[in-house]
Write a protein that binds this ligand. Structure first.
Ligand code: SF4
Ligand code: SF4
Length: 91
């Protein structure tokens, strides 16, 4: 069985909350924008959010995120699933 390995170039994806194209086009809701830092008594500034492929196991491999990302920040490789490698992880 092949599973998609989603790579996000954080240097190219500078502002996921402002862009959010992949967040809106992914039919499987794989991506989330998460704060890289959390502060007491104040909100995390938008520029400190980073994009993660949190639910990558749900990825169908449709390629929409790769095609539509305006920054070319997403790439996907398909790798064989090894034994005992199920579950969700940050991408
Ligand atoms: S579409 Fe590309 S640039 Fe926009 S948030 Fe997603 S990864 Fe970042
Ligand atoms: S390939 Fe398709 S399902 Fe997978 S993360 Fe990209 S848009 Fe979502």
């Amino acid at each position: 069985m092949l599973i998609p390995e989603i790579k996000i170039n954080q240097e190219l994806c500078r502002s996921p909350l402002e862009c959010a194209v992949c967040l809106s086009v992914c039919p499987q809701a794989v991506f989330k924008a998460k704060p890289a830092n959390v502060y007491k008594f104040r909100e995390t500034p938008e520029e400190e959010y980073t994009l993660k492929a949190v639910y990558r196991v749900d990825c169908s491999g449709c390629g929409r995120c790769v095609r539509e990302c305006p920054a070319g920040a997403i790439s996907i490789d398909f790798k064989p699933l090894g034994p005992g490698k199920e579950g969700r992880a940050d991408g």
